[in-house]
Design a protein around this ligand. Structure first.
Ligand SMILES: *Cc1c(COP(=O)(O)O)cnc(C)c1O
Length: 399
């Protein structure tokens, strides 16, 4: 058998129109972090997701940093954040000298537990130290329980930032992910559902706030005939060249969502009979973009762990990945407070980390490539279970 090409987790998928858009930007000499494509990319995103204001920036992380700056987060403030996420959700809290408090997941969406959030806010309120913001993540495209979360946050009057870096194109009760909070952020990093190679966007219906974000993202230069500055800003604007690239990507967002959902469904149909496997749920009235196909493996039933499967896939040239390691378990954050899903100490995020795995899910994944991934997984399960039949001498007995 010849050398097989590596299968990646979530590689960029070009539409074919990127070069044409970029050529036009080059021809017109708009090679700056400002220009007609940046404006058009913002307008087109606003129309697509249904929001009044948008500012294109250099990364999703920068967009979170700007959202927190707009909310006037200062040293000694606290910000609540989902624990089951990529570190970029919480790093901007540290940039501002504030302290993150981590909230566990709940099993139905794998996202922020409204129970844990309520307990944390109640305690914070009794201590007279409510957070200045709550950052909610929509993991792998699945929306968090936004109605419940908004209700609790509204009660305490806490603004909500949606980290929709992974969920562009997903919907919650028909509304676009990223438009359900006070602020939403998207990421166009190379591995996301659409990409500008690197980039992000901050969106909100609060147009005044978005104008302020635009100002902060361009070094906070005051309107004057000379360089005048009253506050410290950032150099966070998106390059016009990359915005041109992004416009071509935005056109195919819908197709990319369809493709990833098909990939998820096919994994489901072909693997669901394997013992101990469960796929990430999709909550009623939500539609996930299925950015990554994620599933959990009960080792006792399956005969192998997610970590072992990861290694087997890797040996076969298939890039998979464990579910994010919860931030409250990261050495970086080990001093920070954390609230589990319920009082019984049910640590949902930690459990998902121990048992979860993400399979190659790129929208350009071919049927043949997916067949290869499926075959490797089936053979791994077959192999361990045969060994166990041998040991137990009784086929079908798993424990
Ligand atoms: C990718 C990602 C980010 C960061 O986006 P960048 O554009 O890479 O800065 C933030 N949060 C989550 C949940 C992400 O997956």
């Amino acid at each position: 058998m010849g050398e097989q090409k590596k299968i990646y987790l979530s590689p960029p998928h070009l539409s074919g129109q990127e070069a044409a858009y970029m050529e036009e930007a080059i021809r017109s000499n708009w090679i700056a972090p400002v220009g007609p494509d940046v404006d058009a990319f913002e307008e087109e995103t606003k129309a697509l997701v249904g929001v009044k204001g948008a500012v294109a920036v250099s990364s999703g992380t920068a967009a979170i940093h700007l959202a927190l700056s707009l909310l006037n987060i200062k040293p000694n403030d606290t910000v609540f954040c989902s624990t089951l996420t990529f570190v970029a959700s919480a790093n901007p809290i540290l940039y501002l000298g504030a302290t993150p408090v981590f909230i566990d997941s709940e099993p139905e969406t794998w996202n922020m537990s409204p129970l844990a959030l309520r307990r944390a806010l109640n305690e914070a309120s009794l201590k007279g130290k409510l957070p200045k913001a709550v950052i909610v993540v929509h993991l792998f495209g699945q929306s968090a329980k936004m109605d419940e979360i908004r209700l609790i946050c509204n009660y305490y009057d806490i603004p909500v930032i949606e980290d929709a870096a992974e969920s562009m194109g997903s919907t919650y009760k028909g509304k676009a992910s990223g438009t359900l909070g006070d602020f939403g952020i998207y990421s166009f990093n190379g591995n996301k559902i659409i990409t500008t190679s690197g980039g992000g966007m901050l969106v909100s219906d609060d147009e005044k706030a978005i104008e302020k974000a635009r100002f902060l993202a361009t070094q906070a230069k005051e309107p004057a005939p000379y360089y005048q500055h009253k506050v410290a800003g950032y150099n966070y604007r998106m390059s016009n060249l990359l915005a041109a690239f992004g416009r071509a990507q935005l056109k195919v967002l819908h197709d990319r969502v369809q493709a990833r959902r098909r990939i998820f469904d096919r994994y489901c149909q072909t693997l669901i009979d394997l013992p101990g496997l469960s796929f990430m749920p999709e909550m009623a009235k939500t539609k996930s973009n299925r950015w990554l196909t994620a599933l959990t493996i009960k080792e006792k039933l399956a005969g192998l762990s997610s970590w072992q499967l990861l290694e087997i896939l890797q040996q076969e040239g298939i890039e998979a990945r464990l579910v994010w390691k919860p931030l409250h378990l990261q050495p970086l954050f080990n001093e920070m407070a954390y609230y589990p899903h319920d009082d019984e100490d049910q640590h949902v995020a930690a459990q998902l980390f121990q048992t979860g795995i993400c399979l190659p899910s790129g929208s350009s994944l071919t049927t043949e490539q997916q067949d290869r991934v499926i075959a490797v997984i089936r053979s791994a399960f077959h192999h361990v279970n045969q060994k166990r039949y041998f040991i137990l001498g009784k086929p079908g007995v798993y424990e």
